[in-house]
Design a binder for this molecule. Structure first.
Ligand SMILES: Cc1ncc(COP(=O)(O)O)c(C=O)c1O
Length: 485
C-alpha cells in the first residue's frame, strides 16, 4: 500500500466542508445543527453541534466504509503499523467483544488473564467461549498484579492445546505489560491468535521509550481506547489488525452486529484528529508527558510515607508505563479510597482510580507542570493534615474457583439471595470495583466467605462497586439449588 500522509484527516476535513457549505439539514439528528437544543448548544458551542450529523454520501457510513471513513481507517492502520483499522464508537468494550467473537466460535477456549476487564468477561458470555485463566503474580508489598510470563502461557497451552486464542492486556490498568513478544511467538507456534486489550496502550505506538505496542510485536488484533491516552473523545476507540489469522472481513461483520447504525461523527472526527496528532506530533508530546511523569514521581517520593511506583518496583520482564502515576499509600493509615475522596472534596483534584493500597493519576497529552505541581502540593498538604488509623489492608486480587462456564451461569436458572447468605453458591453475576472494572467474581464462579467479607469491607470504604442487578450489592443472583457445592 502506498504511504499516506499522516497530515491529512479526511473525515474531519469532510465534516468541516459540510459545515462550510451551510447545508439545509433535513436529516437526523433532529436538533439540526443545535437549533433544536438551545441551552445545551449555547453551553457546548455551535461547532460541535454542526458536526453532529448522520451518514450521507460525502461523509461515508461506518457500517460499510467506502469513502472518507475508509480513508481515515487506512491512515489509522498505517499510523499503528497495522493492515486494517476500524473506528469504534462504543469504546474498547465493543472492540474486545468483537475480537473475541472473531477469533473463536461458541464452545471454543480462550486463554486469558483473570485480571482482565469486565468487557472480556462479557464477551465470554456473548460468544459462549470458555476461559482458561492465567493468574498473574502479585507484588504483595504494593498489592498490585504484575504481568503474565511466557512460561505461564506455555503451561496453559500445553494443557489446553485446543484453545483458539490468547488474550493479553498490554498494559494492565496499572500500566504493567506481560512477556508479550514471547507469548505471541508461542501462541502462534500453536496456531492460536493473539488478541491484545490495549485500552491503556494506544500511546505505546508513538514513543520509543514506551513499552512496545502489541501489533508491532506481532499480535493479530488489538482494541485500544484512543480516548484514554491518545487524545480523542470518550467512547471513541480503535480496533486494528494485522495478517489473516483473524479474518478482517469477519471482524467487520461482527462489528456490524453490535455497533450503532448511527455512529457519532463527533466521536469519529475526534479519532481522525487524534490519529493525525499522534502520528505527526505524538513523539514530541509524549516526550513532555514522560518528563512530567518523571517530575511528578521525584516530587511525590519526597513526601514521607508514600511512594510512586517505578520500573524498578515492577522488574523485567514486565515493563511499566511511566505515564501511570501509581502511588502506594499503604503506610499512611488511610485507604486509597479515602485519599481519593479527600483530594476531590478538599482540593478539587479528581484521580483516575484508587484501591485499598494505591491511588492512581493519569498523566497524559493534556497535562502541564502547573497541574502536576498542584497535585503534588495537594497530596503533601493532605497527608500532613490527616492522620489515618487503618491497619494496612491488602489483597485486592481474589482467585475464585470456576465451576460453570460464564455463559451457562449467566443464562442458567437463577435466584437472588442476600449476599450474606451466598457463601458456597455459584454466582450468576459479576461484582467489581469500578474503576478498574476487574471482576472479583464472575458468573460461574464459587462465592466464598472471603469474597463476601471483602465486598462488605469495600462497601464500608465507599468503593464504587457494581455488576449485580441490585444496585446496593446487598443481593446477588446465584444458580439454582442443584448447583450448590
Ligand atoms: C483494561 C481495560 N480494558 C478494556 C476497557 C474498556 O474500554 P472502554 O471504556 O473504552 O470501553 C477498559 C476500561 O476501563 C480497561 O481498563
Amino acid at each position: 500500500m502506498t504511504k499516506l500522509s499522516q497530515n491529512n484527516a479526511p473525515l474531519f476535513e469532510a465534516l468541516k466542508k459540510y459545515v462550510d457549505e451551510n447545508v439545509y439539514a433535513f436529516h437526523v439528528p433532529g436538533h439540526k445543527h443545535g437549533k433544536g437544543l438551545e441551552e445545551f448548544t449555547e453551553y457546548v458551542g455551535k461547532a460541535i453541534m454542526n458536526i453532529d450529523v448522520n451518514s450521507m454520501e460525502d461523509l461515508d457510513n461506518l457500517a460499510n466504509p467506502i469513502g472518507v471513513i475508509k480513508d481515515a481507517h487506512e491512515l489509522a492502520a498505517q499510523a499503528f503499523d497495522a493492515d486494517y483499522a476500524y473506528f469504534l464508537i462504543n469504546g474498547t468494550t465493543s472492540g474486545i467483544q468483537a475480537m473475541i467473537m472473531a477469533a473463536t466460535e461458541p464452545g471454543d477456549k480462550i486463554i486469558m488473564p483473570r485480571n482482565a476487564h469486565k468487557s472480556a468477561f462479557s464477551a465470554l458470555i456473548l460468544a459462549g467461549v470458555v476461559p482458561v485463566y492465567i493468574y498473574p503474580e502479585i507484588n504483595e508489598e504494593l498489592d498490585i498484579a504484575l504481568g503474565i510470563k511466557a512460561e505461564q502461557v506455555k503451561d496453559a497451552i500445553i494443557t489446553n492445546p485446543d484453545a483458539k486464542a490468547v488474550l493479553m492486556l498490554n498494559p494492565t490498568y496499572y500500566g504493567i505489560t506481560s512477556e508479550l513478544k514471547e507469548i505471541i511467538e508461542l501462541a502462534h507456534s500453536y496456531n492460536m491468535a493473539v488478541l491484545c486489550d490495549e485500552a491503556h496502550g494506544s500511546h505505546f505506538y508513538f514513543h520509543p521509550n514506551m513499552p512496545p505496542g502489541g501489533i508491532k510485536l506481532g499480535a493479530d488484533i488489538s482494541a485500544m481506547s484512543i480516548h484514554k491516552t491518545g487524545g480523542s473523545l470518550t467512547q471513541s476507540s480503535l480496533l486494528i489488525s494485522k495478517g489473516n489469522r483473524v479474518e478482517p472481513l469477519i471482524i467487520k461483520s461482527i462489528l456490524n452486529l453490535t455497533q450503532s447504525t448511527s455512529a457519532s461523527y463527533v466521536l469519529m472526527a475526534s479519532l481522525d484528529a487524534a490519529r493525525k496528532q499522534l502520528a505527526t506530533k505524538g513523539k514530541e508530546m509524549l516526550d513532555k508527558v514522560i518528563y512530567l511523569s518523571k517530575h511528578a514521581r521525584e516530587e511525590i517520593n519526597k513526601i514521607k510515607g508514600i511512594r510512586a511506583i517505578t520500573q524498578d518496583d515492577i522488574k523485567e520482564p514486565f515493563l511499566f508505563d511511566p505515564t501511570k502515576l501509581v502511588i502506594n499509600i499503604s503506610r499512611t493509615g488511610m485507604t486509597g479510597y479515602e485519599i481519593m475522596r479527600l483530594l476531590r472534596t478538599e482540593y478539587h483534584v479528581q484521580l483516575e482510580m484508587a484501591d485499598l493500597s494505591n491511588i492512581m493519576a493519569i498523566i497524559s497529552l493534556g497535562d502541564d507542570i502547573e497541574a502536576i505541581d498542584y497535585l503534588v502540593k495537594s497530596l503533601n498538604e493532605l497527608l500532613q493534615e490527616k492522620e489515618g488509623t487503618n491497619e494496612i489492608i491488602t489483597g485486592s486480587i481474589v482467585r475464585p474457583e470456576v465451576i460453570v462456564a460464564p455463559r451457562d451461569a449467566y443464562y442458567g436458572r437463577n435466584r437472588s439471595v442476600p449476599l450474606d447468605m451466598a457463601a458456597g453458591e455459584i454466582s450468576a453475576e459479576m461484582i467489581m470495583a469500578y474503576p478498574p472494572g476487574i471482576p472479583m467474581v464472575c458468573p460461574g464462579e464459587k462465592i466464598t466467605k472471603d469474597l463476601i467479607d471483602r465486598v462488605k469491607m469495600l462497601k464500608e470504604q465507599h468503593c464504587q462497586l457494581q455488576g449485580t442487578e441490585d444496585p446496593n450489592i446487598d443481593h446477588i443472583k446465584v444458580l439454582g439449588h442443584m448447583y450448590k457445592v
